[in-house]
Ligand binder design. Sequence first.
Ligand SMILES: NC(=O)c1ccc[n+]([C@@H]2O[C@H](COP(=O)([O-])OP(=O)(O)OC[C@H]3O[C@@H](n4cnc5c(N)ncnc54)[C@H](OP(=O)(O)O)[C@@H]3O)[C@@H](O)[C@H]2O)c1
Length: 243
Amino acid sequence: MAIAPVSNPPIPQVTLVLAMSLDGKIADAQRGAARFSAAADLAHLEEKVAAADGVLFGGGTLRAYGTTLSVRSPDLLAQRRQRRQRDQPVQIVWSPSGNLDPQLRYFQQPVPRGLVTTAAGAQRWAETDLFDTVWVVPEAQTQPWDWPWVLAQFKQGGIHHLALLGGGRLTAELLGCRCVHEIFMTVCPLILGGATAPSPVEGAGFLAAVAPRLQLLSHRVVADEVFLHYRVRPASPEVGGGS
Ligand SMILES: NC(=O)c1ccc[n+]([C@@H]2O[C@H](COP(=O)([O-])OP(=O)(O)OC[C@H]3O[C@@H](n4cnc5c(N)ncnc54)[C@H](OP(=O)(O)O)[C@@H]3O)[C@@H](O)[C@H]2O)c1
């Protein structure tokens, strides 16, 4: 019997991009916007956003910042046009409740917007055109969230490369489903501390025996910041996931 070649994965290439303090916090204990990284890190983040067809972040992150990072660099915009991508990737928020303030500046930004939510969450936005695309996830696929299914919907919608921008709860969801392929982590020269400050991966965590394993692809130092790039090793078949 002929074996069909393995086709492209049905989900986008997912790239996690985060900045953390030396002690592994992505915001301080007030869980506000994280504005502690330097200009080089912001440029690095814009570059990763510009490489993507879609950007995904959690509702907690959108509430903290009120905005999202659009592509502004003329060079990056020119590169997108050369690759026949539209100027801005679709900026997608995951919010099961859909309970987001329509007055957030995000809703005025000149970017395509997407929402991943439940039927109840979508109801809140039914009468508005503030989101260009709403992915309504059936209840059976939200306990737990079936991220491979959600990501397959993205891929069908033309999102082949997704930048995942946190926060910690959303990151835990996708890592738990083994849906993250590479990680860019910037280590910033400050210490935030505190038990309630968010870390890159929230949730229940992974037991060491089944924790996602990484391969360091590159490291770079700019002033006092360290830029790390890892590949997430595929899970071995006998090891189950779980956060
Ligand atoms: N340094 C960095 O690179 C970086 C990057 C991103 C974010 N951050 C920081 O990370 C923080 C936000 O991270 P986060 O982990 O709090 O949020 P998050 O991952 O951005 O979003 C949390 C999402 O989880 C959903 N959710 C599902 N079940 C939940 C439950 N039981 N309790 C709470 N939320 C639940 C929420 O849905 P609903 O919308 O329905 O509530 C929300 O959409 C902010 O302080 C932000 O500044 C830092």
